[in-house]
Design a protein around this ligand. Sequence first.
Ligand SMILES: O=C(CO)[C@H](O)[C@H](O)COP(=O)(O)O
Length: 220
Amino acid sequence: MTARHAADLVQSGMVVGLGTGSTAAFLVERLGERVAEGLNILGIPTSESTAALARAVGIPITTFADHPELDIAIDGADEVERGSLHIIKGLGGALLREKIVAHAAKRFVVMIDATKPVDRLGERTPVPVEITPFGSECTAARLQKLGAQIIRPRRTLAGEMFVTDNGNMILDCAFGPIADVPALATRIDGTVGVVEHGLFPKMATDVLVATEREVEQWTP
Ligand SMILES: O=C(CO)[C@H](O)[C@H](O)COP(=O)(O)O
């Protein structure tokens, strides 16, 4: 439902950031239908899996070299804090490209269902942190000093180490409810070995929330 609503925000001529995850997949499929009906857009995917889906449904792909600024980026999320609209993303492992795409977009639209809003960010979801494999043990120790109570290296369903599209690994860091999201984001940013993390403070311009009967639109 949110994906259809979000797809309606896209107009011909736009360069569109295409998110990753099950909700974003619905969006890409809907945009593919609209492209087949004549919508003229270019997409920048946030993962190899989204790139494959976009190609399969006929959305032309572009690059930052040709289009460094996007009109809109649309993506899912793992948690959204009510009021502040701070977000945790990256349980799908694509947080680095998702953040780069969201930062490059004039408008960043996030689609969630009613299970994702929380009063305090971090109360249910760990913060995924993408780190370099080299020195991962040292990086994990530094993150623990920042207050992460549990740190789990992300694994695949087959039990192997999860490798991101960028050749890195993910540590899922449970901080519990986070009192000051921008401050924690800055401290993780300053941790040697960290490539990027899943805290997206004050980045969403619109959050579309699917409730039982309708789609609510939250703005900061
Ligand atoms: O951040 C993400 C991937 O890295 C996803 O947007 C997030 O995990 C939500 O996924 P879904 O729509 O499948 O619940």
